[in-house]
Design a protein around this ligand. Structure first.
Ligand SMILES: [Zn+2]
Length: 77
């Protein structure tokens, strides 16, 4: 009997906010994405392992992780 385990990461865009970038210091659109990694069995995602929120600056392109609370607090329009 074979068991096929895997990890799957689904990326969903949470929103775009206008904020000052930590990296370049410009006030630019920041794209917030949510990356949920789940353990899958037979290619069916089952158990959530971790969820990360990533903010990407549209000006310089840098990506950095933000906490769930930070991602929620951002005034996503
Ligand atoms: Zn930037």
């Amino acid at each position: 009997m074979f068991l096929i385990f895997g990890l799957r990461t689904s990326v969903s865009r949470s929103g775009v906010v206008s904020a000052v970038c930590r990296n370049c210091g410009n006030h630019a659109a920041q794209v917030i994405t949510r990356r949920a990694t789940r353990l899958s069995l037979f290619f069916v995602p089952l158990i959530p392992i971790r969820t990360r929120y990533v903010q990407q600056c549209s000006f310089c392109g840098v990506e950095y992780g933000v906490s769930k609370e930070q991602a929620r607090r951002l005034p996503v329009g």
